[in-house]
Each structure stands twice: as structure tokens, then as C-alpha cells.
Design a protein around this ligand. Structure first.
Ligand code: MLT
Length: 237
């Protein structure tokens, strides 16, 4: 049977999909999944995604780094938030990070019932797509969006994956077609197109535009974070 690829445009739509036998790729380009990919690629032992800020605190005396972001800002009292610049080798190599973010970690929790949950970003696009092509499973690309609403940057990334996989998979929903079309529209100047997005504007207002630029880099990482139990770790390819 031919494998299919679908795009879930927001977490609010996840219940419309049967995911128990599928691979779900969680996508939150600005910035959760970009930072997770970067952190695992830089040698973080594990990143534990938790849905609530208070849940981070239950890990407080385990020697882990605690990271919390809400509405684009670091939550006061935490080691850091969701900026990729906090996930460099000097900060995370060999360490476990407990992370909560506004949308990304919530989407991750909604995906838990899947056969396998992996993390996608422009940083590991090539490596992710090469691996997905070798898997005998249907794929759901889950966009984290913004507070259950559609967003541009996650959909554009989903479209980039669709474009790479379309020759090996059946496209069975209009969301995949729309995502790919949006990617084709945006790909020659990703920064300019993503500049139209609400979260990019939010980040510019917070003076963290360099994070946007960073998260749009292509293929600087090869790691594919995979959810094992409660932790995201590097997939053994
Ligand atoms: C999120 O999970 O909502 C985002 O990654 C927000 C951000 O930190 O930019």
C-alpha cells in the first residue's frame, strides 16, 4: 500500500487524524522545534518537553536546565527560554533540558499517541526528509501554529517537506497541496515571506529578530530528535 502524507494546519485539528500507526513530525519553526533540533545536534543528552510552566519546577532538584518561554519571552526565574542561541554546545552538551513553550511543547503532547514523534525544522530538513523516505509509515506533519491558529512559518516548512517527499508518498489532503504552494511562493526569499507572519513581527518587537534569521537556515544540523518516553533524544539512524 502506498504511504500517505498529510498536513495538520493547527493543533486544534489533530483529533481529525488517526495517528496511532503514523509518524508525526512536530513543527514549530519560530522557535521551539528549531531550538530542539539545534540543542540535540549540539550534544544535549535529552530535552524533556512539558506542557505547563509549573511542571518544569518538578524537575528542579535533578540537576537539569530549566527552560520556559511564554509569548516569546523567557519566564522569569528560569535558566533560559526558547532562543536557539541558548542551545549552543557550551550551554547544553551533555545536559538534559526541561522545556516548556507557548505552542511547540503543547503540540508535542498532542502527538504522543503516534507510532513515532520526531522533530522538524529548516535546520534539519534534508536529514529529516532522507530518513522519512526510508520509513514504511504514513506521515502527519503537525504545525504547532499560534494558540491553535494557523501560522505561515510552520505551514511553509510543512510544504518544504511535502515537496521533498511527494514522489514517494500519496498526497491525500488539500492542506498538503496548499502548504507546498505556499512554500513555492516563499522559498526564494524565506526571510521576506516569513516577515509577514505575526510571530516574526512579535519577535522583531521583542528585539530578537536574529532568532528568526537563525531558524530559517537550511540544513545546518543532521540530528533528528525523537520522542522516547518523556524525552526527546537523538534518533539513531
Ligand atoms: C512556541 O512554542 O510557541 C514558540 O516556540 C514561541 C517562541 O518562543 O518563539
Amino acid at each position: 500500500m502506498q504511504r500517505k502524507i498529510e498536513v495538520c494546519l493547527t493543533p486544534a485539528l489533530i483529533n481529525l487524524y488517526t495517528i496511532t500507526e503514523s509518524i508525526v513530525v512536530v513543527i514549530d519553526i519560530l522557535r521551539a522545534t528549531s531550538s530542539i533540533v539545534y540543542g540535540i545536534d549540539n550534544g544535549a543528552e535529552a530535552i524533556i518537553p512539558v506542557a505547563q510552566v509549573e511542571e518544569c519546577l518538578t524537575y528542579a532538584d535533578k540537576g537539569f536546565l530549566l527552560a520556559a518561554e511564554r509569548n516569546g519571552e523567557v519566564v522569569a526565574g528560569y535558566d533560559f527560554g526558547n532562543s536557539p542561541f541558548s542551545y549552543t554546545p557550551d550551554k547544553v552538551a551533555g545536559k538534559t533540558v526541561v522545556l516548556t513553550t507557548t505552542n511547540g511543547t503543547k503540540a508535542l503532547h498532542l502527538a504522543r499517541k503516534a507510532h513515532q514523534v520526531v522533530i522538524g525544522s529548516f535546520l534539519n530538513l534534508e536529514s529529516l526528509c532522507s530518513w522519512l523516505k526510508t520509513q514504511d509509515r504514513d506521515i502527519l506533519l503537525l504545525c504547532a501554529g499560534w494558540k491553535d491558529q494557523f501560522n505561515l512559518e510552520d505551514t511553509i516548512f510543512a510544504g518544504a517537506v511535502v515537496q521533498q517527499l511527494r514522489s514517494s508518498f500519496v498526497l491525500s489532503d488539500d492542506a498538503s497541496v496548499a502548504a507546498e504552494d505556499l512554500y513555492i511562493l516563499a522559498k526564494d526569499n524565506l526571510r521576506a515571506y516569513v516577515g509577514k507572519s505575526s510571530h516574526s513581527n512579535r519577535m522583531v518587537a521583542l528585539n530578537i529578530e536574529e532568532d528568526v534569521q537563525f531558524c530559517l537556515q537550511l540544513n545546518i544540523c543532521t540530528a533528528i530528535p525523537v520522542l522516547v518516553g518523556d524525552s526527546l533524544v537523538a534518533l539513531k539512524k
